[in-house]
Design a binder for this molecule. Structure first.
Ligand code: DX5
Ligand code: ZN
Length: 211
């Protein structure tokens, strides 16, 4: 069963909870953490997540686009993250970080960039709850979906990935194709929070994806 994970990167940060409360029915919230090193952009970190945690019970799906995720596992646990997804291209050993995330009582995910061979995540497939497939270069919202992602989703599905999450340029047109290819979780930023009526946009997206 597919689901939509709203990404707050495109939300109004001055009224963050005002936006988040409109997607409470999604049950999951995608949080993009960027450090200005792993990607050429800076977003937010544990304090923002911690403040949101006080307002909502949404499952916090935290996407770490940072060079050294191992140094921040405890900080994100304390902030109230439910899942930490780390990039296979980060500087730290993915296996060790995944183990540390589990030791801290959170779910763990492994992410890969569009140009990274899918074989690089294979050693971790049995150890993670999710594989996050980037369908744009990470760092910015509002980019166009890369069609080659569909083949990559199919390959990961065939390799036995537990849950496949697709992130970047997902909308009413590309979302259904991702689900058909084998994705369960669709991260959606600008097609949701960029809209004037966010709750309505979520309902429309659900309809187009057939969920
Ligand atoms: C990009 C982020 C995405 C982003 C998606 O680096 O990982 O989660 O918010 O935004 P849209 O849906 O606008 O492509
Ligand atoms: Zn993301």
């Amino acid at each position: 069963m597919a689901r939509i994970a709203p990404s707050i990167l495109a939300a109004d940060f001055a009224d963050l909870y005002g936006d988040v409360r409109q997607v409470e029915s999604a049950e999951i919230l995608h949080l993009d953490v960027m450090d200005g090193h792993f990607v050429p952009n800076i977003s937010f970190g544990p304090p923002v997540i911690s403040s949101l945690r006080e307002r909502t019970d949404l499952y916090f799906d935290t996407h770490l686009m940072i060079e050294h995720p191992s140094e921040y596992v405890e900080a994100f646990q304390n902030a109230g993250a439910d899942r930490l997804t780390v990039h296979v291209e980060s500087e730290d050993d993915p296996g060790a970080v995944i183990e540390s995330i589990h030791d801290h009582g959170m779910d763990a995910g492994i992410a890969l960039n569009p140009d990274t061979d899918v074989g690089r995540v294979e050693p971790y497939l049995d150890d993670v709850e999710v594989v996050l497939v980037m369908s744009v270069q990470p760092g910015f919202g509002g980019q166009s979906f890369m069609p080659k992602t569909l083949d990559r989703i199919e390959r990961l599905d065939a390799m036995g990935a537990a849950e496949i999450e697709v992130d970047g340029g997902v909308n009413s047109e590309t979302g259904p194709k991702c689900v058909e290819a084998g994705a369960e979780t669709l991260v959606i930023g600008s097609s949701l929070f960029g809209q004037s009526d966010v709750a309505r946009a979520l309902a429309d997206l659900r309809e187009s994806v057939g969920i």
